[in-house]
Design a protein around this ligand. Structure first.
Ligand SMILES: Nc1ncnc2c1ncn2[C@@H]1O[C@H](COP(=O)(O)OP(=O)(O)O)[C@@H](O)[C@H]1O
Ligand SMILES: [Mg+2]
Length: 584
């Protein structure tokens, strides 16, 4: 996929310069002016030697010397401005690019997110964008300067002495082939290096997220080994890639010094026979240096260009990733009328290959205000099933209806406001408890917040903190216990006043007595709100209007607790074993 893209893909990204475009034009313009003054200097120097010194004309020497100083100063000022404009434009460009990537990520649907690792996305937004930024800055500064310097210096040396300029005929092809060699080899090595950076980021990130688990299992030796492996591999990849690029410099120096020796030899002979003046030879040497420097800049720009290709492709891949589904076709005026849910012949597969679906032929009908429980072994598809209700995943076949309409007919916002979901893997953000709760609903009043917390059985423990609702939570909510976190997440969802609330194993860390209180309080305070609950403990779902048993992606039975105890062997066995457990 990457191979097919254009080698000049960075040009596609130039549009992100946006309102900084004028600086990306000013920078090369100033660079061009700077080169003109630079070119003047050796010319003036030759005049001082050949005219001033030769004629012992002190006046001429001073005047020309002043011109030289003037040209140098002007070139310096122009150079500073060129660098300044290049910095402004590249920083602005990078900001716009990061913004574009971030906006795109925000539009991703769950299946898009599944496709990338978090670490890889982070690398793309940081390291890759930085590479491209450097490339962009280099381009704005060198793209015009290098060829211009080369052309003007070649022109000047031709005017000084055509024969002597033949030396370049040898030097330039030699350098050209060396650069070509380096550039063609560098590309794959740098791509490899970037994947190693990804790998390292992933390991570090996983380790940090799971640092408590690592400690609890005393796995730090193992984690260290993994890390060691990742950094070593990165080091090796970096060495391999950089080694190639560093050949560039010594080759340059050898060719340049050989040129200088050749020019001194041939030029010296010309001076001896009187075909050339010493000042001319000095300036010729300076122009030779300029030509070599411009070639070196060229090669550096090209190498950077190649290096940044990998990054450009990785960033473009995200920018071009179309959300697998969006709410574009949703009716902006449609709101969820009630909390009824219907599944009609629903299939779901995560993989592109639809032959082996995770869920197949699901048919369900849930009336508004019902309490529905879903049970089944791990991997039976419970989470997958409920995630289709707020359209976090899209059905592969069939349809899901909420409030009498296909979920595809709604915009995301009204649908997901009406269907609150407490995910199995839940997250709180750093900030106060109140901030976190309001995250679900900015407009909620103090009373609504307290009501939600009371129902979720969170109010009492919140008030037990010295700062109450203003208590600061650590990153990811680490300062509260698992059960407290679950209750806060339930409260956050309730604050949205949804028509449907889905609890995906969200009461697993809450003790049975507290859970009972929650269920009761919920029934009393949120009548009419449909509740879909995935739970392991049958005790907490006995009073459900419907219990759905899932096995291997299929609905095997639906009924009330009494009906299922009566007719479903597996349900009865599980129920009895849990009864015994609770008696012990
Ligand atoms: N995002 C996903 N991408 C690919 N496969 C998934 C994804 N989520 C779940 N699965 C697979 O779907 C099956 C059902 O998973 P899930 O719905 O999470 O089951 P449950 O919640 O009942 O434990 C499992 O085999 C799981 O590996
Ligand atoms: Mg699950």
């Amino acid at each position: 996929m990457t191979e097919k893209r254009s080698r000049f893909a960075i040009i596609n990204l130039f549009k992100y310069a946006g309102k900084f475009k004028k600086y990306s034009i000013l920078a090369p313009t100033f660079a061009a002016l700077e080169v003109m003054f630079d070119i003047l200097i050796p010319y003036l120097m030759a005049k001082i030697v050949d005219v001033g010194i030769a004629n012992r004309d002190l006046n001429y020497m001073v005047r020309t010397g002043m011109l030289m100083v003037g040209a140098t100063l002007i070139s310096l000022v122009l150079g500073v401005y060129c660098a300044k404009f290049a910095t402004i434009s590249s920083a602005g460009f990078a900001m716009n690019l990061r913004r574009a990537v971030f906006n795109r990520l925000q539009r991703f649907a769950f299946p898009n997110i599944d496709r990338y690792t978090t670490a890889s996305l982070v690398t793309r937004m940081t390291t890759d964008v930085q590479f491209i930024q450097q490339m962009f800055q280099m381009l704005t500064r060198m793209f015009v300067r290098a060829p211009m310097m080369m052309i003007m210096a070649v022109f000047m040396s031709l005017t000084i002495n055509r024969e002597l300029a033949l030396v370049f005929l040898v030097a330039i092809p030699v350098l050209g082939s060396v650069f070509y060699f380096i550039i063609s080899r560098a590309h794959p090595l740098f791509i490899k290096m970037l994947t190693k950076i990804d790998f390292l980021n992933r390991i570090v990130q996983e380790n940090l997220i799971a640092i408590r688990v690592v400690k609890a299992f005393v796995r730090h030796e193992y984690e260290n080994e993994k890390f060691e492996e990742a950094v070593t591999e990165l080091r090796q990849a970096q060495l391999r890639a950089e080694k190639l690029v560093t050949i560039n410099m010594p080759v340059m120096m050898i060719v340049m010094n050989s040129c200088i020796i050749a020019i001194l030899w041939f030029g010296g002979n010309k001076i001896i026979v009187g075909e050339m003046l010493p000042g001319m030879l000095i300036s010729f040497l300076t122009y030779t240096q300029m030509i070599m420097i411009s070639l070196m800049l060229f090669s550096m720009v090209f190498i950077m260009f190649v290096i940044s290709q990998a990054s450009v492709h990785r960033v473009e891949e995200v920018l071009e990733e179309e959300p697998t589904f969006s709410d574009e076709d949703g009716d902006p005026n449609l709101t969820v009328k009630d909390g009824s849910i219907e599944f009609r012949h629903v299939d779901l597969s995560y993989a592109a290959d639809k032959s082996n679906p995770v869920l197949s032929d699901i048919n369900l009908s849930i009336t508004a205000g019902e309490k529905v429980a879903i049970i089944g072994g791990t991997g039976s598809g419970k989470s997958s099933l409920v995630q289709m209700i707020p359209r976090l995943y899209e059905v592969t076949a069939g349809e899901v209806l909420v409030g009498g309409h296909n979920v595809k007919d709604y915009k995301f916002k009204p649908l997901r406001d009406a269907v609150a979901m407490v995910l199995q893997k839940n997250l709180l953000f750093s900030g106060t408890i109140a901030d976190n709760l309001r995250w679900g609903n900015q407009e909620a009043t103090e009373e609504e917040m307290i009501k939600a917390c009371k129902v979720a059985q969170a109010h009492d423990f919140i008030m037990a903190f010295p700062d109450g609702y203003q208590t600061m939570l650590g990153q990811g909510g680490t300062t509260v216990s698992g059960g407290q976190k679950q209750r806060l997440c339930i409260a956050r969802a309730l604050m949205k006043q949804p028509k449907i609330i889905i609890l995906d194993d969200s009461t697993s860390a809450i003790d049975t007595a507290t859970e009972k209180k929650f269920q009761q309080a919920f029934r009393e305070n949120y009548q009419g709100m449909t509740i879909v609950i995935i739970a392991q403990r049958l005790q907490s779902i006995q009073d459900s209007d419907k219990i759905i048993i899932l096995d291997d992606g299929k609905v095997v039975d639906i009924g009330t607790h009494d009906e299922l105890v009566e007719r479903n062997l597996i349900y009865r066995e599980v129920y009895e074993s849990q009864q015994e457990g609770s008696l012990l």
